[in-house]
Design a protein around this ligand. Structure first.
Ligand code: CO
Ligand code: ZN
Length: 338
């Protein structure tokens, strides 16, 4: 099960919008438990996988946390009308145009498609002009399938082609995959206390990472997430980050300025392992990195980002090689430069 696409399909198929991560947690923990010493969840639902240092080793042993968020963006039902159409609100950031004519699936397996009120001009559509059609005849039938407060996620076909993979929720299931591959490839003993943290509720404001960071109190934290790419036609702003050109070592985003020390250790690991890397300056958004950095008296942080096209749409895309190299970069950092 080391194939990136196979692993992605398994992890990305699991239901897990922010706040409703039980299913994705079960999938990841069943894969992860073979490779670490302890697996547990905390109060908010973060999944924590610990690989302990050898017994007796004290010197230079550092507590290092790696974080990837397992929650995804989604929607929540707010209202069911007499004709059986559902109104909804967003969980996490989704642009109106990315909702139109997409398929969604609820935790109980109910399917729906999202459409819009036709008399409103497309450019003037707000989320309140959209609705979900589950094919119900009326409210009564709809209420047998879906309740107010039920969550749903996009469902998109997944494919691998030309060295790239596509599907919903590469953000950040692909970061989870990169961490799983890293765990699979770890040497038998590592002279650090390693915590692989699969966080919850990142998409609604880094909430899981906030409490995990506080509880774990790591010396170092490194987040793995996706980043935008500047390689598309008429891209809005210049960005020196391309899909397929290697993992991007984060310099900054709107939530964090990464520690120079950790950034250097990651750059050094890239040199040692001859991995091509890019540098990420993301002009919007944030990641779990920020929550770790500001925990307690502060934590040294870095981040590795997987360049991803069409982030927060139902069809995201990234390069398989970038994922493999992200895991290799982490491994080299863990064993040689951190
Ligand atoms: Co996201
Ligand atoms: Zn993300």
């Amino acid at each position: 099960m080391n194939n990136v696409f196979e692993l992605y399909k398994e992890v990305a198929s699991a239901f897990g919008p922010s706040g409703r991560e039980t299913k994705i947690t079960n999938v990841i923990s069943s894969i992860a438990k073979k490779y670490v010493d302890d697996v547990y969840t905390d109060t908010l639902g973060n999944l924590i996988c610990r690989k302990r240092p050898p017994v007796g080793s004290q010197e230079n042993v550092r507590k290092i946390a790696f974080a990837a968020h397992m929650d995804s963006i989604g929607i929540v039902v707010t209202y069911i009308d007499d004709n059986g159409f559902l109104r909804f609100s967003n969980i996490g950031g989704i642009e109106i145009q990315d909702f139109l004519h997409t398929q969604v699936i609820f935790e109980n397996g109910t399917h729906g498609i999202i459409s819009h009120e036709e008399k409103t001009e497309l450019s003037k559509l707000k989320i309140n002009n959209l609705y979900i059609d589950i094919g119900a005849k009326n409210r009564e039938q709809a209420e047998k399938m879906v309740s107010i407060g039920d969550f749903a996620v996009f469902t998109s076909p997944m494919f691998e082609q030309n060295g790239v993979i596509s599907g919903a929720y590469i953000d950040d299931r692909i970061g989870c995959v990169a961490l799983l591959i890293t765990m699979m490839k770890l040497p038998k003993t590592v002279n650090h206390d390693l915590y692989f943290v699969f966080t919850v509720q990142e998409e609604v404001g880094l909430r899981g990472a906030t409490t995990a960071a506080y509880a774990l109190e790591p010396d170092i934290a490194i987040a793995i997430d996706v980043t935008d790419t500047g390689d598309l036609p008429e891209h809005k702003y210049p960005m020196a980050c391309h899909m397929g050109k290697g993992p991007a070592i984060k310099v900054m985003d709107r939530s964090v300025l990464c520690s120079q020390k950790i950034r250097s250790a990651l750059e050094e690991a890239a040199l040692v392992a001859a991995i091509p890397v890019q540098h990420e300056i993301l002009q919007f958004g944030g990641t779990d990195t920020a929550a770790f950095q500001r925990s307690r008296a502060g934590v040294e942080v870095g981040a590795i980002s997987i360049p991803t096209r069409y982030i927060h749409t139902p069809n995201e895309m990234c390069s398989v090689n970038d994922v493999i190299q992200t895991a290799d970069l982490l491994l080299t950092a863990i064993t040689q430069t951190l």
